[in-house]
Design a binder for this molecule. Structure first.
Ligand code: SF4
Ligand code: SF4
Length: 346
């Protein structure tokens, strides 16, 4: 497995890292077991966030109980995030993260899903607070995460951030790929989130082979030991990009490129309680996962809620991909009804 050095941070880690968002959905014992196995299996970079409910607490417990695995804090890198927009909240979040993670420092502290490129002197005081925390040794490096390409491009050339976390998978556009190159030129470490595009991509080998062609660090969201083993297996057998995998990628790109919902949920809550992050991508999910899972009475009821959309526009303001959500929902519902009636077979 190749290693990667994240821009100016000097952090060098295998190009196969752990995304700890999903461990918030499992109990403590399972989370600890998964995290121990990830470390024993060769992963050294772990990404979490204040916003992922108890994910930091689970990481804190897991790394605190790793001592018998010849563990020391300097053998791993911890990245976490804050959604703070004021210095006071940022300081409070950082203290909470340090306490939850049971550590004196965070390797990379990231501003989470920003809507602007925070700069010194912009009046928010946010960047100055990050510098202060760095001077105090509480954070080692300043990073940022964004979902909108325009903001990400501004960040990459700002000279202010050592890492940028951005969605990147084999559904990347030319502009996304150019962003990776801009980061490389500007010595900004690129952390690739959503490598499976919110569960739409199911061929892990193709996903990994694609990532290994770029100077990016993929963080795979992991919730089950079985998923983890598949990523750990790549330490022994890193996938080469073959014609067969290229064909898989091309097929998926032909099918999925364009306006598609990544399932991130940033647009929610919906004013009339539509489960947007599933209903807006039902057409893809139902064709890519066992379709019976999406045809249950529960999902039929959820899909019919789309008819209640009042076009209030609240969700539109929050989708980082600027999708026309009401239109997308209605398109998915029409397709779903055709599948239910047997007009379309999946
Ligand atoms: S526009 Fe429709 S889907 Fe979006 S928040 Fe309003 S009611 Fe919900
Ligand atoms: S509509 Fe946009 S914000 Fe909502 S889940 Fe899909 S991609 Fe995410």
């Amino acid at each position: 497995m190749k290693t990667i050095t994240l821009g100016s941070t000097g952090i060098t880690t295998p190009q196969n890292a752990f995304g700890a968002l999903p461990v918030q959905r499992v109990d403590m014992q399972t989370a600890v077991e998964i995290l121990h196995r990830a470390y024993d299996g060769g992963m050294t970079f772990f990404d979490t966030a204040r916003a992922y409910s108890d994910s930091e607490i689970k990481m804190g417990e897991a790394f605190d109980t790793l001592r018998h695995h010849e563990y020391s804090r300097d053998k791993i890198f911890i990245a976490t995030k804050t959604t703070a927009t004021t210095p006071e909240k940022l300081k409070e979040d950082l203290e909470t993260s340090l306490r939850n993670l049971r550590t004196d420092y965070v390797d990379i502290y990231q501003l989470h899903c920003v809507k602007q490129c925070y700069r010194p002197g912009d009046g928010t005081g946010l960047y100055e607070t990050l510098l202060e925390a760095k001077a105090q040794g509480k954070i080692r490096h300043i990073g940022i995460t964004a979902h909108k390409i325009g903001i990400a491009e501004e960040i990459a050339t700002s000279g202010l951030y050592e890492t940028l976390q951005f969605p990147f998978s084999y559904l990347a556009t030319d502009r996304d790929i150019a962003l990776v190159e801009t980061c490389r030129k500007n010595n900004v470490g690129f952390i690739a989130m959503k490598g499976l595009s919110g569960g739409l991509l199911t061929n892990a080998r193709a996903c990994m082979a694609f990532m290994l062609e770029y100077p990016v660090l993929p963080i795979w969201g992991i919730q089950r030991l079985s998923e983890l083993e598949q990523w750990l297996d790549f330490f022994k057998n890193p996938p080469e990009m073959t014609d067969e995998l290229r064909a898989v990628i091309q097929r998926d790109r032909d099918e999925l490129l364009g306006e598609f919902c990544r399932g991130c949920g940033y647009c929610m809550p919906c004013s009339v309680e539509i489960t947007i992050n599933q209903c807006a991508r039902m057409s893809q999910m139902i064709r890519r996962a066992p379709s019976k899972d999406w045809l249950t009475p529960h999902w039929q009821e959820e899909m019919m809620k789309v008819e209640n959309c009042v076009d209030c526009g609240e969700c539109l303001k929050r989708c980082p991909y600027e999708l026309n959500i009401p239109t997308l929902l209605r398109k998915n519902l029409a397709d779903y009804k055709d599948i239910l009636s047997g007009k379309i077979k999946v």
